[in-house]
Design a protein around this ligand. Structure first.
Ligand SMILES: *Cc1c(COP(=O)(O)O)cnc(C)c1O
Length: 466
């Protein structure tokens, strides 16, 4: 059939709209949305015919089906849940901490109704949004006062700007870190309108170096957790206690950016020792900043804890208004902090600590449960077995600490990068995408963070290895 004749056979938008097949979708989504979808589809069809890529006009039924599919697909947002089996528990690209159930239900309640976000119900007056978290956080950290902002980067920026704008901030050369590309201490310093005063050497910094750097221009002493790297060998760092004593002698504020920051002793979960927020404050630090969604296991947030006079100044900074958290974050953070009041059940209820503290035998049992199902699903294209592996915490927490774990290892029979890519893309294309780790020609699914093996097994039916 000639192209011209085909073009004439394309039904009109109105004909499709009135075809009856689209009645349900019209009543669910309205005329505007459906008409736009039809226009797009018919426009594409017209182009395909003109380019010779199509030589038939689909039936009304087929076109209506396609419109239904397109509208259903458009309704999927781009942000969706995935199953993180990379072995990195707090994976920044995969949304970091998974929130506990109590946080989810509280968020639903607060989001779907008005709330006392900035209202004191008892007094019938305007309240402070920080009040909801402050009591819990001061109790847990021992700080005099606390405030919360959008993330830890914002916490550092706001604190520096409030306490040391126009002045020098002394920091060890070994702590001028870059975290995840966009957070670099020298650049944050500049944006906070502070001047960086480097102290000591990359591998060794002494108390006398700080002393020598302090002058009339100094506004703050700062220590930054090196998070994602470690200097080993001939090293020397000045303790929180020593810097705090010097700060108090010289009447300067002393701030510590802990990055991940933990409220519990991680050794009880078999992890390396890491000073807690409480420890660092007890050492005499005036201000401590840390993330809500790293080791704390909560929502994205930046927590600033410390001396009341400094926190009050920080809360008055107009930047605070621009960096403040919303009611969802406050709700989630409150619920997560409540779990910390009950240490006996914390590691069971809080997903981040549950994943980090899971013992290798339990992880192996999950891997063994998955093995026959995966073998059946991909036997023809890859060998499948359970292997020992190591997971890591992620998000710059204890970067060298490796947690013994077990994974399903899948190695394509065909030893090529393309075969490995096909395999990993098949898992990414599952209804709930599964993200693993590729290493040495093998795809690993670390079972440490798998919460629902049955959901995982059920969706293997949809695995398409083409
Ligand atoms: C992660 C980190 C930050 C940034 O925290 P976000 O919550 O991601 O903004 C800042 N400082 C240190 C030391 C960190 O580890």
């Amino acid at each position: 059939m000639s192209g011209n004749q085909l073009l004439k056979d394309i039904p009109s938008v109105d004909k499709l709209l009135g075809s009856g097949e689209l009645k349900p979708v019209l009543s669910a989504h309205g005329h505007t949305r459906v008409r736009e979808t039809i226009r797009d589809l018919l426009g594409q069809l017209r182009n395909d015919i003109l380019n010779g890529q199509s030589n038939t006009v689909p039936s009304l039924q087929a076109l209506s089906d396609e419109i239904n599919v397109r509208i259903a697909n458009q309704n999927h947002g781009t942000l969706t849940s995935v199953i993180n089996l990379t072995g990195t528990v707090l994976h920044t690209n995969l949304g970091r901490a998974v929130l506990p159930d109590n946080a989810l239900s509280a968020m639903t309640k607060v989001a779907g109704a008005n709330s006392n976000l900035e209202f004191d119900i008892e007094a019938g007056q305007r309240g402070d949004r920080d009040a909801h978290i402050e009591a819990l956080l001061t109790e847990l950290t021992g700080a005099e006062a606390v405030t919360v902002v959008n993330n830890n980067a914002a916490a550092v920026l706001l604190s520096l700007n409030t306490l040391a704008a126009g002045k020098e901030v002394c920091i060890s050369r070994g702590e001028l870190v870059e975290i995840g590309g966009s957070f670099r201490i020298p650049e944050v310093m500049e944006k906070s309108q502070c001047r960086l005063r480097e102290v000591g050497a990359t591998n060794r910094t002494h108390l006398k170096d700080y002393k020598r750097a302090i002058s009339d221009h100094t506004g703050m002493l700062l220590k930054v957790h090196t998070s994602n790297y470690e200097i080993r060998g001939f090293t020397q760092e000045v303790s929180y206690e020593e810097v705090a004593a010097l700060a108090s002698e010289t009447e300067l504020p002393f701030m510590a950016d802990l990055g991940s920051g933990t409220l519990v002793n991680l050794e009880q979960f078999g992890l390396a020792h890491e000073p807690t927020v409480q420890d660092v404050l007890a050492a005499g630090t005036d201000i401590v900043t840390f993330s809500g969604d790293k080791l704390l296991g909560g929502p994205q947030a930046g927590i600033i804890a410390g001396k009341k006079k400094y926190i009050e100044a920080i809360k008055k900074n107009p930047l605070k208004r621009a960096l403040r958290v919303d009611k969802m974050t406050i709700t989630a953070l409150t619920e997560v902090l409540k779990l910390y009041l009950e240490p006996e059940t914390l590691a069971h209820k809080l997903p981040t600590l549950r994943h980090l503290s899971r013992n290798a035998d339990d992880i192996q049992a999950i891997a063994n449960q998955l093995l026959p199902h995966l073998a059946e699903a991909i036997n023809r294209s890859a060998t499948v077995k359970v292997v020992e592996t190591h997971s890591q915490i992620g998000s710059g927490a204890l970067p060298l600490d490796q947690l013994p774990s077990f994974a399903i290892a899948m190695t394509p029979h065909e030893d090529s990068d393309a075969a490995l890519q096909t395999l990993s893309s098949a898992f990414r294309n599952l209804p709930v995408p599964v993200i693993g780790r590729l290493a040495d020609g093998t795809m690993l699914l670390d079972c440490r963070t798998l919460d629902d093996p049955n959901q995982f097994i059920r969706q293997l039916e949809s695995l398409a290895l083409t």
